[in-house]
Ligand binder design. Structure first.
Ligand SMILES: Cc1cc2nc3c(=O)[nH]c(=O)nc-3n(C[C@H](O)[C@H](O)[C@H](O)COP(=O)(O)OP(=O)(O)OC[C@H]3O[C@@H](n4cnc5c(N)ncnc54)[C@H](O)[C@@H]3O)c2cc1C
Length: 303
């Protein structure tokens, strides 16, 4: 699920699908200039059931100055009101992330990997990840069953190709999707990252043709750069492509418009999700969702 109000409320109601997990940092590993993998363990992970692909979860991170996350309630009926009612300085920060991998080690330890983009110390989740050390405990609402609505990648059986766009925040999801795709399925993907060494190794049995778009500080707008890459590409051959787009909300909207209007993709075959929005924290997106102004994901504005 994401941190939007409706999704969170739904998640609370869907007791069979989602529940709280206590995650303890086991280790961290730098994957590229922008990426830090945090591997979590914890006894409750024995009941964690990632659906794979772009499975997401909501993390609750401790406010500044606290080592561990504490919530007054993790009961599905009462946690949300209790969390919202906490004083600002005590309230854990809720953020959406992707389950990059889940495994049980040969020693029987349940582990979950989350790949954080480090985009600066001013933002709570990026700051928390950059300072994560072994033993820190946080809370998460995550999947208790593998088939859950926080797996958004749902190609119809008739799809004969997968086309993807992801920025760095959605690269963990894209990488997990690629790992799960059936052998030989044609994939055309555009992945946008800040630096050369953020072009992480990807594993797939699919027949994948990937274009990396490395942002450079030449002043060009990020959306223009992505659209430029799409426009300079040949339209891939497919009768029924399934399109999955995720990343910064404005760029995602623009790429959706490109696929639908310029490449004539049936809009019902496009799954698009704004993972973040330039200039807005997740609290601000949540507040907008409460006010019914603009959803923070799957923007429905006129394209
Ligand atoms: C379903 C879903 C799955 C996601 N999976 C991942 C994941 O696996 N890994 C991951 O790193 N992120 C992921 N994200 C995105 C992540 O939730 C946001 O980037 C989030 O805003 C980070 O929180 P923060 O506290 O660091 O920044 P916030 O406090 O939310 O934002 C502060 C400021 O930073 C800006 N900002 C936010 N993210 C970035 C960024 N990446 N680069 C530059 N500026 C930014 C905002 O526009 C805002 O101006 C996912 C989001 C969704 C909805």
């Amino acid at each position: 699920m994401t941190a939007t109000a409706p999704d969170t409320a739904d998640a609370a109601a869907e007791t069979a699908h989602f529940r709280f997990f206590e995650l303890e940092v086991l280790r961290t590993r730098r994957l590229g200039r922008s990426f830090l993998r945090v591997t979590f363990g914890g006894a409750s992970l024995a009941d964690f059931r990632s659906g794979g692909f772009d499975q997401s979860l909501s993390l609750f991170l401790p406010p500044d100055g606290r080592e561990h996350t504490v919530l007054p309630s993790t009961d599905e009926d009462t946690w949300f009101g209790a969390w919202r009612g906490m004083p600002d300085e005590d309230r854990p920060v809720m953020r959406s992330y992707t389950v990059r991998d889940q495994r049980r080690t040969p020693e029987g330890v349940d582990e979950v990997d989350i790949d954080f983009v480090l985009h600066g110390d001013a933002s709570p989740a990026s700051r928390w990840a950059g300072r994560a050390v072994t033993g820190r405990r946080i809370l998460a609402i995550g999947p208790a069953v593998a088939e859950n609505k926080s797996v958004r990648f749902q190609p119809p059986p008739a799809a004969d190709a997968v086309w993807m766009y992801a920025d760095e925040t959605a690269l963990p999801a894209a990488a997990a999707i690629l790992e799960r795709l059936a052998e030989g399925i044609p994939v055309r993907a555009w992945f946008e990252v800040p630096h050369e060494d953020d072009r992480l190794p990807l594993q797939t049995a699919a027949d994948a043709d990937i274009t990396w778009i490395v942002r450079r500080s030449d002043g060009r707008d990020r959306t223009d750069r992505v659209l430029g890459a799409l426009r300079s590409a040949d339209v891939p051959a497919a009768a029924a492509p399934y399109v999955w787009l995720a990343g910064e909300a404005g760029t995602v909207r623009a790429t959706r418009r490109h696929f639908v209007q310029e490449w004539s993709v049936d809009r019902r075959s496009v799954r698009f999700t704004g993972y973040w929005r330039l200039g807005a924290s997740e609290e601000q997106l949540l507040a907008e969702a409460y006010a019914g102004q603009a959803p923070s994901e799957e923007p429905t504005s006129e394209l």
